[in-house]
Design a protein around this ligand. Sequence first.
Ligand code: GDP
Ligand code: IMO
Ligand code: MG
Length: 427
Amino acid sequence: MPVTVILGTQWGDEGKGKIVDLLTDKYKYQIVARYQGGANAGHTIVINGKKTILHLIPSGILHNNTVCVIGNGVVIDPVALMEEIKMLENEGIQITGRLFISHKAHLIMPYHKLLDSISESTSKSAIGTTGRGIGPSYIDKFSRVGIRIVDLLDRKTFEEKLRFNVQEKNKILKNLYHSQELNIEEIIEQYLHFDELIDPYIKDTSSYLNQSLQEGFNILAEGAQGAMLDVDHGTYPFVTSSNPTVGGACTGLGIPPTAINRIVGVAKAYTTRVGNGPFPTEQDNEVGEKIRKAGDEFGATTGRPRRCGWLDLVALKYSVMINGISELAMTKIDVLNNFDKIKVCTEYNLGGKEIKAFPVDMYSLNNLSCNYVEMEGWNELPDFIQSEKDLPENLLDYIDFIEKNIKIPVKIVSTGADRDKTLIRSL
Ligand code: GDP
Ligand code: IMO
Ligand code: MG
């Protein structure tokens, strides 16, 4: 059986964790695999009111029979990973034998986190990163000096690579940032023991995934961040340093594109963004404040308040196009309950000209305005939604309007954080 990809269609935090957890069980995926990003992600799962936030470990981990894979495209901070494993084990979740990490994945080292925070604090146009060392780690990967999980297994190579990297980073710290240099011996001592800790999880995960496909297993590929944060297709340079878009699932897991047969996009019923950069439908006013409050829009990783705005169909259509999304999961619909009127952006306007395609340049993105269609709110939702018939008429109109615009069905309707607050529509 083939691969389903679940990815974010906006600027991250769309509710991917909830949807991955839900579909893992519903369609009995045997394997859930994360394909890019790192501990910049925060994926929340709520079961009977109990919240679990995952940063690196795939969101299928709460299902005992599911194997979780961290693919080669992910950058792994071993400190964050071990903390997450411990957090889950303390909750009684079995990890050994259920979690496999690609031997090709790159490591995030202390100097990556340090360089991330220094470059952000000294830059005139900060990205507003999560400070988790993501960009600097991917820079090393593409500069071909990165340290990989496999290097941990050979102490001599690991130490050599680490010494080289720390020396190089110290030059940058001293000469560029006039900052304190790092102590090589301390880092070596701190990191050498990760070989034993990570050893039980290391695997040739691309071979494992391809073998599993041949044996007829179902695989769910879990994206982090969102298409609009993609380093190639997002609002560059205000993006993350990886490819959350669908191609990232192939390169980040080592699986062929022909194995993918279902691509589920996750979108909030409105839009949020955390960090800096263009956000056409942002409501930096009482509307945005109301959404933030109702949606509890604070980052799952950094706790930062998320910027909030109306649904942007220009961006969503673009996301559907570049990812080949076949169906949408729409989350946080309940957050719009208290709005009498709900706006949806259908096109942009730049200097009196209508723009229907998402622009890539900062000038356009910073100077455009949005044309909105105003729709009637639904004011409240029934406590139990079991079928289509339980959805208020105005909500069905809202969904219908979106579907007509983006030309794909909204198959999943999420009306609360909890796993059971979800309607899977039989379309
Ligand atoms: P992810 O990064 O895409 O997995 O999303 P996050 O976990 O960062 O942010 C989504 C937030 O919305 C989390 O707090 C979820 O528990 C919550 N959430 C998900 N779906 C819904 C929903 O339908 N309604 C409400 N009110 N909250 C939701
Ligand atoms: P999940 O998977 C929302 C944002 C940061 C910043 C930019 C670059 O939970 O949806 P980085 O640390 O990656 O170099 O930061 O990307 N960002 C996210 N925003 N959700 C995320 O992950 C994010 N991961 C990174 O806020 O604007
Ligand atoms: Mg998140």
